[in-house]
Design a protein. Structure first.
Length: 105
């Protein structure tokens, strides 16, 4: 997450809040949020592509030779837990993004 070009890094755990008091402007503030998917969902999606992974307990040639993959998969794992028909996990930006003013006590 970035606010007015200040990078706050990855905000991935509760309470999902950052303090912007020192960088907020009266006008024309800029908020940038990059939303990514969950790893499990990516693995489920990749199960729709041809399997180009470990076979007969051997690493694939494309990996050993440092070549690009031809399967279209993005991920590589040594165990295939997820199946292509498994339900996707809820992910993304859920709910509103709010900028709140703290009251002084």
């Amino acid at each position: 997450m970035k606010f007015n070009s200040k990078d706050f890094g990855i905000i991935w755990t509760s309470p999902w809040r950052v303090k912007i008091k020192d960088i907020v402007k009266d006008k024309e503030n800029q908020l940038e949020i990059e939303v990514v998917n969950l790893w499990g969902n990516r693995l489920i999606g990749d199960e729709n592509m041809p399997d180009d992974g470990i076979k007969d307990h051997k690493w694939p040639e494309w990996l050993l030779e440092g070549k690009p993959r031809t399967s279209g998969r993005y991920t590589f794992t040594t165990h295939r837990y997820y199946k292509k028909d498994m339900p996707l996990q809820v992910s993304g930006l859920l709910g509103p993004v709010l900028i709140q003013v703290e009251s002084k006590k």
